[in-house]
Design a protein around this ligand. Sequence first.
Ligand code: FAD
Length: 477
Amino acid sequence: MNNLILFWHRRDLRHADNVGLAAARERSRQVVGVFCLDPGILQRDDVAPVRVTYMMGCLEALQEQYAKAGSQLLILQANPVRGVVELAIALNPKAVFFNKDVEPYSRERDRAVASALREQGIEVTAYWDQILHEPKDVITGAGNPYTVYGPFWRNWSSRQKSEPALPLQDAIGLSETEQEKAKQAGAIALPTAKDLGFIWTNPLVLEPGEAPAQKKLESFCDRAISDYSEQRDLPANQGTSQLSAALKFGAIGIRTVWAATLEVDQYAQSDEARHSIQVWRQELAWREFYQHALYAFPKLAKGPYRTPFKEFPWKNNQEQFQAWCDGRTGYPIVDAAMRQMNEAGWMHNRCRMIVASFLTKDLIINWQLGEKYFMQRLVDGDLSANNGGWQWSASSGMDPKPLRIFNPASQAKKFDPDAEYIRHWLPELKSVDTADLISGNLNPSDRDRANYPAPIVDHNQQQRRFKQLYQQQKVGG
Ligand code: FAD
């Protein structure tokens, strides 16, 4: 037994403001990181190459941070129940620390790893890090998890938030002999995403790693946060933070993000600016609401929250689904959004709501197909946020006013009034009149010239059909 603490990273790929890592460093100077490339995750059929590319970039940056702090980040490629435990047996650390997660798979994995380590007599300690408040602290008066966002927000926002945790510094890594032992126990050089079979050649929305995430947060706070409430719904503008991938993989700590909102609030010049900051905080709270929800109701990962929705008679037309995936529905705002996701690996929130409503209410296709396609394409693909967004859009979730149907033309008119976003992502329609791009009523010669499809369904007809099915299922109550 020695003073070594192994810190097992998962979705907390940073050295600063990392609760578990800071606690490890407080306990001991010899803190060594480990990350396990888990085939149980990487071999799923919903993994996006863009997401793996971002993650591997974060790991590369984190290895540099460990080296600067005087230690190492070890890489394994194995089922963690075997990989992490074998490494621990080889190095005989005083303890293994990690941060908790809310996803059912991760919770099960963590239980298995922790119990295998404890069987070896190794201490295991886990912390809450990726959320500002742990699920047991934000509950209703009756002691239950919240299922409605409004009261969750009131409770969550009224609570004292922790300060950012200290960064890892002045640490000690493994000796050469220990490094050799680690290699024998499976430690490998960091592979690239390509080595793992994931190829993404387009630019990333956000460069991976802590430094770019911190820079993005600062520039958002300097520039856009004060106009967020006005700008956030306009997909042609860069009015949102684009921090979602960094938050998903923990390239930035949530306490750091919160502290930045407090700082910018102090210097806010107007009530509008203060209001905008609050609206952005409400988005951070949505992220946390969905994480708490998944933690309390793991069944969300597998299907609808509202039981009657299990029997909903989805149409699931394969050709129409493919047209939606490819951005070839004939509805320009929908197609522009799908092309943005396919090409950039990221989609604006307003557009996520528009395309999700279109898939479920206009095409009457099961939201779970859309949920999976998003996971296959998004750099920020995250089970709790994605599932929450899809269930909200499909009317199968916790939303107390569930039946929402977006009209693509009204959405485009309101949020992309000059069709700037549409033209950017559908360059073949660049010269079409703005009014036609918004309404989706392109004249046949424009369609032919651009080789752009006619609408694959009629919105008015389909929304009536959906409402009928919805009432028949008696899912409205
Ligand atoms: P900002 O507007 O700057 O918001 C700041 C942060 O708050 C985001 O980075 C994100 O972490 C969080 N956030 C914002 N809105 C939401 C929300 N509605 N729900 C949960 N968290 C939110 N977000 C993901 O991170 N991963 C997903 O896989 C995902 N899938 C979605 C699927 C659908 C159908 C819908 C409607 C929304 C989904 N969202 C998802 C939520 C939201 O669209 C993105 O978080 C947001 O677009 C990311 O851009 P941003 O970082 O610029 O956000």
